[in-house]
Design a protein around this ligand. Sequence first.
Ligand code: TEU
Ligand code: CA
Length: 565
Amino acid sequence: MTMMNDKNSLWWQKAVVYQVYPQSFKDSNNDGIGDLNGIIEKLPYLKKLGIDVIWLNPIYVSPQVDNGYDIADYYQINPDYGTLSDFEQLIQQAHSLNLKIILDLVVNHTSDQHEWFKASKKSRDNKYSDYYIWKDPSHDGSLPNDWGATFGGPAWTYVPERKQYYLHSFAPQQPELNWENPALRQDIYKMMRYWLDFGVDGFRMDVISLISKRQDFPNANGRFPYSKSYYAGASNGPRVHEFLQEMNREVLSNFDTLTVGETPNTNADQAILYTDSNRHELNMVFNFDHMHIDYSERGKFDVTRFQLTDLKRVFTQWQNKLSDHGWNSLYWSNHDQPRAVTRFGSEKYRVESAKSLATVLHMLKGTPYIFQGEEIGMTNAKFDSLTDYQDIETKNIINLYKEEGLDESFIKRVAYLRSRDNARTPMPWQNEKPYAGFSQNKPWIKMNPNYDTINVAQALMDTDSVFYHYQRLIALRHEYPVVINGKYHLYDPNDNNIYAFSRESTDGIKLFVIASFSEEKLTYQLPKVITNDNWRVLLNSYDNAFIIQDVISLEPYQSVILINR
Ligand code: TEU
Ligand code: CA
């Protein structure tokens, strides 16, 4: 399927991105860790799916405290993943298949093993002293302020050599870079140019909304939930747009790139400031509003279930606010989130709900992201023991809840529902014991035990599988300009079982999308605009006859796309 003939949209607006978590995708040399040659092996699979761009989570040298988000050398490939020439091969092979590659740009912080930090912590007067954020203790000797780190504990760690604290919004091994320092910014831009000259097609920018901090570092005073440093003064700071416009002017404007910023704690109005093309910053951002609709007062680590009306409210707000300025990214999950089927769908109706989640997301306005395994309907992983979890965030919360004396079964349920490791289990390529074709040796993290029924080989053999539903949706996006630029309209906002919306392009082409989020059979009164016109079924997630009439019936988690041509 060639890119459609829609001239007035940009390539990254018509593209579908597939996220590869390298250490869990395919292990080519059987050391239990996924690698670049494993990705090369599976490029034909990704091409068959129909995607256009591959986003790789960090592949650089890293002590792996936070699975590569603690970078010790921006210019060297983690030897567990391969060599620079392997990466060159990957880019060449991807480009020969008309697939683009974007890298993860992690420039809010480095690893504490980075040369810059090793020098910075030594003294206050060397070239790198001010590459990080150092503060004297408060007058009473306590921490510089009350900011908390995402992975628990305070956001400050004391270094005796400097008699100062340094800031870290995540782990203490992830010291925050000081973007106020122009020399640091130039070193970042130099590194970005290196990878773009190497042939990379853009970047996903890790927590880019945090790079500018309020320089008064105000106390949070417990006014904010979860990780305080995000909220108190470390996100959407006073110079964030100045820095991104400088990055665009000095680097990005010289290349044809896809750039997506990960912007925690950023609302739709702020997202327009990052993505309005007239501001020359980024193409799009990942927002988190739909990732917080099942949070409780404990934050992420609880057992609360989302409400569809909340999801529709959030999606509709972002669709409407960014309909004419800026651009949405669209995602259900990634390496930080649990599996979409378990979180937003139904494990009882796994295939049906996976298809309907895909239908809804891929028919919205924006660039869709598919997280590895989502296209075969992977679920959360039922680990036997809490010790099976590897993720620093999950391990810290397990320890915290144990200290709080919470019941082990509650903690296990929370970990099953919310751990980032749900997304990080190795990709199951076939029903082959013991590692499903991911590797011939024990992987770095446990397999999802249901790989015997949920694996790529099974999906490719079954024309009714989730995989082929994704393939059809991607083909529709490439063929129908209304999917790219049609105006969104929500129907029945208060219906907590059905998501119904339309897209309409200026040339009168209209789509109507309806998806059940219920395990029960439902009926639905179609809007008059549908029944008064000659619509036809473009895609039905069930292999049944869908009659377009006043009152339609929907099977559990059935989704249907209608078109008025
Ligand atoms: O994630 C930032 C972020 O928002 C996550 O900490 C998220 O809020 C949390 O995982 C939800 O529980 C980025 C990366 O995607 C993540 O993998 C890194 O751990 C983090 O930044 C630090 O680099
Ligand atoms: Ca390997």
